[in-house]
Design a protein around this ligand. Sequence first.
Ligand SMILES: NC(=O)c1ccc[n+]([C@@H]2O[C@H](COP(=O)([O-])OP(=O)(O)OC[C@H]3O[C@@H](n4cnc5c(N)ncnc54)[C@H](OP(=O)(O)O)[C@@H]3O)[C@@H](O)[C@H]2O)c1
Length: 276
Amino acid sequence: MKKTTKIGFIGAGNMAHALVSGLINHGFSKTNINLSDVDKLLLSQRKSEFDVKVFTDNLQMAKQCDVIVLAVKPQILSSVCKQLNTGLQHKPLVVSIAAGVKISSINYWLKGTTPIVRTMPNAPALLGKGVTGMVASDIVTNQQKTLVENIFASVGIYFWLQKESLLDALAALSGSGPAYFFLMIESMINAGVALGLDRDMAKSLSIQTALGASIMAQNSNDSIQELRAKITSKNGTTQAAIESFQNHNFDIISSHAIRAAFVRARKIGFELDNSE
Ligand SMILES: NC(=O)c1ccc[n+]([C@@H]2O[C@H](COP(=O)([O-])OP(=O)(O)OC[C@H]3O[C@@H](n4cnc5c(N)ncnc54)[C@H](OP(=O)(O)O)[C@@H]3O)[C@@H](O)[C@H]2O)c1
């Protein structure tokens, strides 16, 4: 990323906080980071934490930036974009992190030919452990794509998707995914307590096991199936549990749940697409 690239965030909330922290931790100059929000108290907190420039006027900030990250809630994205559309003659790159809002809608609201990248980060990005799906409009240059990669690499890993519609699948997997693991951890804690363990201990055992399993899955050369086979001894405890999961159609339950999230993501996208 060029040392002079100026980035502006519209919406200084949780995700903007994560991205600004990530960028600064990765050596991006704070003098080129700008934040705009309607909440003056939040802005003064961000200013004292990061020492970045803050604005209460989105358009005034946008006019000065090469990259504008739209980090407001999806429901207000249309009004924010319409506010900006008179001030983008310099054709900045617009990056949206708003869940569900299509590139065509953003382009329509911005009334223009500004390059747009739509992204879908997930909540662990708040800890630098996120995964972000990204789709670029046709006029986004390779240089601009590299810039977006630098932004999202600062909060985890990222993938480019060839079709925007695949963002609904990604939302169903990694967007909602952290909650699936929380549900599993909740169930494990309750099961441990039912077997006589203290709740706090059951919680620590379950969380540390989830963490350890994730790190093993990430670092091993074995496939996930091989890893499972390696710790499943014939007639052992793990086999008893896995067989019970399979007899209760764990695979089908998971695939139905993830498909339900996918269908809902598509429906929300459709609803947002039709909101003026
Ligand atoms: N948090 C996540 O884990 C996550 C994950 C993936 C994607 N996202 C997406 O990221 C976006 C931001 O989420 P977030 O969690 O960071 O939300 P957030 O914490 O609520 O931050 C949004 C900020 O925008 C401010 N705002 C409202 N209207 C504005 C306006 N007209 N101009 C400028 N700022 C305005 C809000 O102020 P008020 O609070 O005063 O309204 C708030 O400070 C959302 O579109 C969400 O879909 C979030």
